[in-house]
Design a protein around this ligand. Structure first.
Ligand SMILES: NC(=O)c1ccc[n+]([C@@H]2O[C@H](COP(=O)([O-])OP(=O)(O)OC[C@H]3O[C@@H](n4cnc5c(N)ncnc54)[C@H](OP(=O)(O)O)[C@@H]3O)[C@@H](O)[C@H]2O)c1
Length: 345
């Protein structure tokens, strides 16, 4: 097989190289998958530089998210008890996705939704359940709630826009560029705001004052924050609001003035999706059922970045560079195998 193997830490993705390695043999507990598409994540950039919280012992294969087909079942499980069959289309996440093949345990795999491409499925495993878990499980989003989604054109952001809309909420989306705001609108946002403009909380308040009634005139009911903007967002929330702490993409871990939390009777709620598999396994399947229901209802679609394409493992460095420049939207996906239908011309 071919893979991007990290033998020593690099300064940046352009130093990454492709290596030929033996294709893994079928394993007792893991499925052998042929990877068609791999998803990129900001943490991949940190990991190749040795700066991530999870650093496997060198050498290791980069990448975490993938979609592909099952080539072999775990050898210790009777085929009748295995969740997947040879040839099934699956997506998942485990270390080593920047490769043509990967071994993955059953709990890290899910079936590719009907009609979905490998490209779209390769970006689903982290973003969709994070946003569903946050908005539905933690913040109890309801029809007609107003939800402010920060960095709405990012990976988890575009998932959050679709889930909030799918649950009947009104969405105000923030993003840093016109293109990203356009994308947020295309995925369902009702209003968009440029949050590089310091007066953005006033813009949120003004939209709520114009279009809402009762307590809602003061601000939004839910804030979905993958950036680190809870403190500023407290200026534009209404009574009983829920503010979801999802991440710190801007690089700062915020300190929040708790008097505002008390005065507005609001809740600041953390969400650590990756830990649900350890502490709350039942919720993992409930959340995925909710995501798949929205997919089946046509309310959730893939968010693969389409303005530029990255084909072949050779393009992983360029894909990671593009992600790191903050110029992309949705999920930046590398097509490890270019399986788009061929043009009939
Ligand atoms: N809590 C959880 O369980 C969980 C799960 C998954 C991800 N996360 C976290 O959520 C955050 C977003 O993840 P993602 O996958 O959506 O990432 P992403 O696709 O790279 O999107 C991040 C967005 O953040 C915005 N941003 C603001 N300041 C930035 C900066 N200084 N540098 C880069 N981007 C900046 C950008 O939008 P604009 O250009 O519009 O500002 C960008 O689109 C990350 O911190 C990630 O670790 C948390």
């Amino acid at each position: 097989m071919r893979a991007i193997q990290v033998k020593e830490y690099v300064k940046g993705p352009l130093e990454l190289q492709i290596t030929s390695l033996p294709t893994p043999s079928p394993s007792p507990n893991e499925y052998l998958i042929e990877i068609h598409s791999a998803g990129t994540n900001f943490f991949d950039l940190l990991q190749i530089q040795g700066k991530y919280q999870h650093q496997p012992p060198l050498p290791w294969i980069g990448g975490a998210e993938f979609a592909g087909t099952v080539l072999a079942l775990p050898t210790s499980i009777p085929a009748s008890r295995a969740c997947f069959r040879i040839g099934d289309r699956v997506f998942g996440a485990t270390q080593g996705a920047y490769a043509t093949h990967i071994l993955a345990p059953e709990h890290t795999l899910l079936p590719v939704p009907n009609g979905w491409s490998f490209e779209d499925a390769a970006g689903l495993f982290v973003t969709a359940p994070t946003s569903y878990g946050g908005l539905v499980h933690r913040a109890n989003v309801k029809p007609n709630d107003w939800v402010l989604v920060h960095a709405a054109a990012g990976g988890v952001g575009l998932a959050a826009v679709q889930i909030a809309k799918g649950k009947g909420a009104v969405v105000i989306a923030t993003a840093s560029t016109e293109r990203k705001r356009q994308v947020a609108r295309e995925f369902g946002a009702d209003y968009v705001i440029d949050y590089r403009n310091k007066s953005w909380p006033e813009e949120v308040k003004s939209l709520c004052a114009q279009h809402r009634t009762g307590n809602g005139k003061a601000g939004v009911d839910i804030v979905y924050d993958p950036v680190g903007m809870i403190d500023a967002s407290l200026k534009c929330v209404t009574w009983n609001a829920r503010l979801l702490v999802i991440g710190f993409a801007a690089g700062n871990i915020e300190k929040v003035a708790l008097n505002r939390v008390l005065l507005k009777n609001v809740a600041v709620i953390g969400l650590h999706w990756g830990q649900y598999a350890k502490f709350e396994k039942d919720t993992v399947s409930t959340v995925w059922k909710g995501v798949f229901d929205l997919v089946a209802q046509g309310k959730f679609k893939g968010t693969a970045f389409k303005d530029e394409s990255f084909v072949g493992l050779e393009s992983v460095p360029m894909a990671l560079e593009a992600l790191g420049r903050r110029e992309t939207w949705g999920k930046v996906i590398v097509k490890v195998i270019n399986d788009e239908p061929k043009s009939k011309l």
